[in-house]
Design a protein around this ligand. Structure first.
Ligand code: HEC
Length: 189
């Protein structure tokens, strides 16, 4: 017998349901009979406090919304880098055990592109977010905001994005134009 998938079938006056049709009907029945129940809480857990949420709510938007108080310079960043980052990212961010953070400018169209903060990342603000959220790799979220601003300044300086005397803080960071910025398209402009 030939039948179309999804079509209701009548055989000998009896309705034959395909497996997917049974599922959809079951879902509809469940949805409508369950309406009252779904509004009740299962009564598990406790509501998170404002302080608990603040610890997790640390995302920085590309335009800098969410950046905290504090500031840092290139020379301060070089000191923190030597203590906290050099073992994994190498001298002046050249990469050693782990990712290279510096250089590769203009290499994205090569056969072997070198993607670094400087050659690839579209927003300087992401660097603050990333370091605060994830680095140093073994003690994430252990740095002060001033240290993070300083490291951000140092890595941008090594990538020739800012000058040695520039200060990085919530006001200056969003205005820093990254070299690869215009090769990204904003999905939600
Ligand atoms: C124990 C080793 C280790 C230390 C120390 C460390 N990192 Fe990293 N870092 C990593 C690893 C591993 C990655 C890649 C993580 C991934 O891709 O998930 C990374 C990635 C990064 C990246 C992103 C690079 C990219 O292009 O995606 C930045 C920026 C960075 N680290 C900055 C720092 C800074 C600043 C410090 C010092 C505060 C630091 N890291 C200390 C291991 C380390």
């Amino acid at each position: 017998m030939v039948y179309k998938p999804g079509a209701l079938m009548l055989m000998g006056g009896r309705l034959i349901l395909m497996r997917n049709q049974i599922f959809i009907i079951a879902l509809l029945v469940f949805t409508f009979t369950n309406k009252g129940l779904s509004q009740q809480s299962p009564g598990l857990g406790v509501e998170a406090t404002a302080e608990e949420i603040a610890v997790l709510d640390i995302s920085i938007a590309p335009d800098g919304v969410g950046l905290p108080d504090g500031s840092g310079t290139v020379s301060e960043g070089a000191e923190v880098y030597a203590e906290q980052c050099i073992a994994c990212h190498g001298d002046e961010g050249q990469g050693q055990l782990n990712d290279r953070l510096v250089g590769g400018h203009g290499s994205l169209i090569d056969d072997a592109p070198v993607k670094t903060v400087g050659s690839y990342w579209p927003f300087a603000t992401t660097l603050f977010d990333y370091i605060r959220r994830a680095m140093p790799y073994l003690q994430p979220q252990s740095l002060t905001n001033n240290e993070i601003y300083a490291l951000t300044a140092y890595i941008l300086y090594l990538n020739e994005v800012i000058e040695e005397e520039d200060i990085v803080n919530a006001q200056t960071l969003p205005d820093i134009q990254m070299p690869n910025r215009d090769n990204f398209i904003m999905a939600y402009p």
